[in-house]
Write a protein that binds this ligand. Structure first.
Ligand code: PEP
Length: 252
């Protein structure tokens, strides 16, 4: 049985005070004894402050990005070791905004996945098709390319710290959420592809989150699908009550 995971991606939002207040509200509102793993991903500068709030609580902290080298002359970049020292256990890799706005390639994403896993982080790897790709019914080819490229060379132990987030680009920040059936079909296809590439054991234990306009209202329908193991939430994660409603919508 895969654990449900609900992750909040705060993107480039919040002041320091807002981030601390949001983290405190999330910590206070996570239902006692919940089996759902709750994760918040603040901007880099607020990681330490948020990690101080979440320390010793069931809420974990993730970063939104990481560099693929461990140290050196890489002005402006942040290594996995630095993230761990800030209190991060998780990191998002390959978010569509990084792929499509900032030009990250599949090869760069594969390097990031390797370095982050080698340094002990859990990686939330984001994949998903654009609207143009879906309109041409190319989504399965896109998963195949993104998944194959990102996971090349990983060990079985490393797969144990990998989480997928299926985020159709047309659904991110648009209010156009995938239907539960669309999400289930995509997750099932990704899991089948993983099974063909890496075997049933790895595919069966891989958590696959859905991301793209998840709200308190539509979360239950998505999270009750058999292959939807949680949610990666953008906009709705900035309001503690909405985010917590998504956390409690997760069955289990
Ligand atoms: C995201 O950025 O990962 C995301 C899913 O955003 P939103 O929930 O706002 O669509």
């Amino acid at each position: 049985m895969r654990t449900k995971i609900v992750a909040g991606n705060w993107k480039m939002n919040t002041t320091r005070d807002e981030a601390v207040a949001l983290a405190k509200a999330v910590v206070a509102g996570v239902p006692a004894g919940t089996k759902t793993k709750v994760l918040v991903c603040p901007p880099f500068p607020w990681l330490t402050a948020v990690a101080e709030v979440t320390r010793g609580t069931p809420v974990a902290v993730g970063a939104q990005n990481v560099f693929h080298e461990k140290k050196g002359a890489f002005t402006g970049e942040v290594s996995p070791g630095m993230l761990r020292e800030c209190g991060c256990e998780y990191v998002l890799v390959g978010h569509s905004e990084r792929r499509h706005v900032l030009g990250e390639t599949d090869a760069a994403i594969n390097h990031k996945v390797h370095t982050a896993l080698e340094d002990g982080l859990h990686v939330v790897l984001c994949v998903g098709e654009t609207l143009a790709e879906r309109e041409r019914n190319l989504q399965e080819r896109v998963f195949q390319r993104q998944v194959y490229a990102a996971c090349a060379g990983l060990t079985d132990e490393q797969f144990g710290r990998l989480i997928f987030a299926y985020e159709p680009v047309w659904a991110i920040g648009t209010g156009k959420v995938a239907t539960p059936e669309q999400a289930q079909t995509a997750h099932h296809n990704i899991r089948q592809r993983m099974s063909q590439l890496y075997g049933e054991k790895i595919a069966g234990s891989l958590p696959i989150l859905y991301g793209g306009s998840v709200t308190a209202e539509n979360a239950a329908g998505l999270l009750n699908q058999p292959d939807v193991d949680g949610a990666l939430v953008g906009g709705a994660s900035l309001k503690a009550d909405q985010f917590l409603a998504i956390v409690t919508a997760a069955p289990g």
